[in-house]
Write a protein that binds this ligand. Sequence first.
Ligand code: AP5
Length: 210
Amino acid sequence: MDLVLFGPPAAGKGTQAARLTDLLKVPQISTGDMMRTEKKSGSDLGQKFADYMEKGLLVPDEMVGELIKKRLGQDDAKNGAIFDGYPRTVAQAELLDSILTELGRKVDKVVSIEVSLETVVERISGRRTDPSTGQVYHLTYNPPPVDFGGELAQRKDDTPDVVRERYKGYENKTLPVLPYYEAKELVAAVDGVGSLDEVTERIKAAIGTS
Ligand code: AP5
């Protein structure tokens, strides 16, 4: 199955994608995570990604296209993927369609996780990541285990100014992706407010696996 998880920053796309990989037996493909990994490697490409990300701007489509083509060529993605944070522009959605067509596949479903701007701000301010595993927590809603001994990190782009910019990019460039998929009758809207389990169950119902 090729599933797109769509939604604003901090809607819970990454959290839910990670919870669905075992069930669907396909990998989570997060362009944001891939870019952060590239940045951590110290490469020039990683620094180019960071220059956009730290300002809350979308990375240009061509650069993202190269990443996604490479990732979809890897063995673990040969039966499908859960796309988290991709596609984010209509051009990216068109490219994804053409790559999947070449592979004899297509986007099967787009789940739009709906949350208000107020929820976005609340989730972003409490989000922390374990730098050694990449596991994402929320200080209130999804805290680390009580015996967690490490130090949690906050993403550089989770500051109020950058979040405002990211949300603007979402409204102007990413929201138009929804009508693109609605025209293909692929979109299911899911309420993103509730416990992690509740949201997972709603997504499972939307994709017909519950
Ligand atoms: P990216 O990393 O993709 O960030 P994003 O889309 O802004 O989404 P987030 O990772 O912020 O949120 P999420 O929806 O995954 O929520 P999460 O599960 O963490 O992109 C970052 C940047 O990279 C972009 O700004 C851009 O510069 C660049 N980029 C990436 N992809 C690109 C592309 N395709 N094209 C161009 N540029 C690109 O949850 C958020 C918090 O809420 C967590 O703390 C979590 O624990 C908590 N939470 C989750 N679910 C719940 C719940 N049900 N109740 C309470 N809390 C919850």
